[in-house]
Design a protein around this ligand. Structure first.
Ligand code: ADP
Length: 615
């Protein structure tokens, strides 16, 4: 990708690059911060004025009162500027981070599903929610405070130099030594810092997996070993953090003690100069007052370095998401003519998609290897380079009923997912109405295909909204009509708040059969001309079977239907049955034709009838 080749910019520059229309708010924040700086520096000069008055023997009280009044006003101005500057910055920061989150989530919908799944869901959620959240405060404060803390010492130093350049040098004498310690700290802690980030991330993922998998862990009695992994990761994270602190503490302490000790050089050097008669007593006192406040802002500035480093890491992760390869689809374009589907010599490997996602992640997260850690296929399934489909060709004419049958693991679901465009083929092509589906816009294609899959995901919102996802503009009456047709209406009315009942996340509060029916209602509302049905779980629930079978036939009446069949008896009247074996089409034809071939289909059919008879 173009963007991933670019050198990564500094975190602040990165945010400003994303700021867009909110840039003005940041600019306002900086202008107010600079005004605040003026109000912060001015009191020093008022104090100098007071000292000068005292030394000149000024006895008029009003002179001092005016100076004191000015100081109070300046202070008020500073507080107001700071408050407004920070408010503007917070507003801009929230808006920008919101924008960044939105772009990331939109991006996920354009990535091939494989690339999204290649990243652990814990890591993805962590980046989008917690990690982006964690930088809000820093980012909002950094803009105004960085400006203030940088400008104040610069202005004061320049002023001291105008009084006497030798005193200027004296007031900065501790800076090089302090910087030496500071750089030492940064250099030694860099590796530890990275280790801390990596280990914390690993801990986070383990925690998410541990909680997600708690049911399996309990059922299979893996409590001890899973918990041990969690404890091991927690220790590793703690160890890395302690190592980081240990490596930093000595140089950090020296830097913090040495740097602000300006008096160590200002007092003796100034004293000598006054004694030598080349510096007036008045100027000496002025320099003492000014140099007291010189270093503190610099130290505050340095304390941001860790925060900036953390922000850099987080923005690296965000950038890696934004730079990930997308399914290449035109934004608009002519709709395909007709709905004939055709697969020609399709080759596909999950490994290739995942490998692509992995390289792009590494690319864009340069200098931050921890940014994206995709699970490799080895982590999931076994060896890499496993081609799952080896040249699959199929024809699904508009309005026909096509079934995919074959042993488990032969590639049926994979074919269905490719047709649903959840992944893209690695070789060959899939076309709709004579047009390669990669040349059809995502929206246009999604309008034509409904996928009722094994993962009938329901969101944590009302039943009504869950169904309406099928067609966002649908009226309540249309939603209810779809619910009636899919046999949902009765049980929905029986729920506590009817259609307005919130279903738990992943549909946790509904039974499996009810969830399936709702996802069928959703597909009905969508009214897509092509329906892909994964039968795997559709009939597992005996009491639902009749209802679901009826609603499926309503859903698919007059449409193209592609069924991944697990029970051959449900597809005997298919127009064409494709027998998938080991990632290739072994045979195809109608039920009768296939039986007459005396091949795999006949064997499967016999096995199916036996099970049926015995059951
Ligand atoms: P079927 O639907 O015929 O049971 P699938 O299409 O689900 O078969 O699986 C075909 C092969 O692809 C299997 O070897 C399976 O392990 C592999 N596979 C399925 N899903 C994934 C995935 N998300 N990542 C990697 N490999 C997968």
């Amino acid at each position: 990708m173009e963007a991933s080749k670019k050198k990564s910019p500094s975190p602040i520059a990165w945010v400003l690059g994303q700021a867009g229309s909110h840039g003005e708010q940041f600019a306002l924040s900086v202008i107010l911060a600079v005004l605040g700086v003026a109000f912060s520096v001015a009191p020093y000069f008022a104090v100098v004025g007071i000292v000068k008055g005292l030394m000149a023997g000024e006895r008029n009280l009003s002179y001092y009162l005016i100076q004191a009044g000015l100081i109070a006003l300046m202070w008020l101005g500073r507080v107001l500027c700071h408050a407004f500057s920070t408010a503007a910055s917070h507003r801009a920061t929230f808006a920008v981070l919101g924008e960044i989150r939105k772009r990331c989530t939109e991006k996920l919908t354009r990535m091939p599903l494989g690339a999204v799944l290649a990243q652990s869901s814990g890591a993805l959620k962590n980046t989008l929610i917690e990690r982006i959240d964690s930088i809000e405060t820093t980012l909002a404060h950094i803009v105004p405070e960085f400006t203030a803390n940088l400008l104040i010492p610069v202005i004061i130093t320049v002023y001291i130099f105008t009084i006497d350049w030798r005193m200027g040098l004296a007031s900065l004498a501790t800076v090089p030594l302090g910087m030496f310690f500071y750089i030492w700290m940064m250099a030694t802690s860099a590796g530890f810092y990275q280790a801390t980030i990596d280990n914390t991330k690993a801990l986070n993922n383990t925690a998410v997996e541990y909680i997600n998998g708690i049911q399996v862990i309990k059922v299979f009695g893996k409590t001890k070993s899973s918990y041990e992994r969690f404890v091991k990761d927690a220790h590793a994270a703690a160890g890395a953090f302690i190592g980081w602190m240990r490596a930093s503490i000595i140089p950090f302490t020296f830097a913090m003690v040495v740097m602000p000790a300006t008096m160590v050089s200002v007092l003796p050097i100034g004293g000598l100069l006054v004694k030598g008669g080349t510096l007036s007593g008045q100027d000496f006192i002025t320099v003492i007052i000014l140099s007291v406040g010189l270093i503190t802002p610099l130290i505050t500035l340095m304390s941001y370095s860790d925060d900036i480093r953390t922000m850099g890491t987080i923005f690296g992760e965000v950038q890696a998401i934004l730079d990930a390869p997308e399914q290449e689809r035109p934004a608009t374009g002519d709709a395909p003519k007709g709905n004939d589907l055709k697969l020609e010599d399709v080759h596909f490997s999950y490994a290739e998609v995942v490998a692509k996602a992995a390289t792009s992640g590494e690319d864009s997260a340069k200098g931050d290897p921890a940014a994206v850690k995709p699970l490799t296929v080895e982590d999931r399934e076994g060896p890499r380079d496993m081609e799952i489909l080896h040249g699959v060709s199929m024809e699904v004419p508009e309005g026909s009923f096509v079934a995919l049958v074959g042993p488990s693991g032969s590639g049926k679901s994979t074919i269905a997912r490719l047709i649903a465009a959840l992944w893209d083929v690695n070789g060959g092509s899939i076309s709709l109405g004579g047009k390669d589906i990669r040349d059809i816009s995502q929206e246009a294609y999604a309008d034509r295909v409904a996928f009722v899959s094994q993962d009938n995901y329901l969101f944590n919102m009302t039943v009504r909204e869950n169904i309406r996802l099928g067609r966002p503009g649908a009226t309540d009456a249309e939603v209810e009509a779809a619910a009636r047709n899919s046999g949902c209406h009765e049980f929905i009315l029986g729920l506590e708040h009817g259609y307005d009942t919130l279903v738990g996340s992943s549909g946790g509060h509904l039974s499996g059969g009810e969830r399936q029916r709702i996802s069928i209602a959703r597909a009905m509302l969508k009214a897509a001309p092509i329906v892909i049905l994964d039968e795997a779980t559709a009939y597992t629930d005996p009491e639902n079977e009749a209802v679901i079978q009826r609603s499926v036939s309503k859903l698919t009446a007059g449409k193209t239907l592609i069924v991944i069949a697990h029970r051959l008896s449900t597809v005997t009247d298919a127009d064409r049955i494709y027998v998938v074996n080991d990632g290739a089409i072994e045979d195809s034809g109608t039920h009768e034709e296939l039986l007459s071939h005396h091949g795999l289909y006949e064997k499967m059919w016999k096995a199916h009838m036996e099970v049926k008879d015995n059951g």
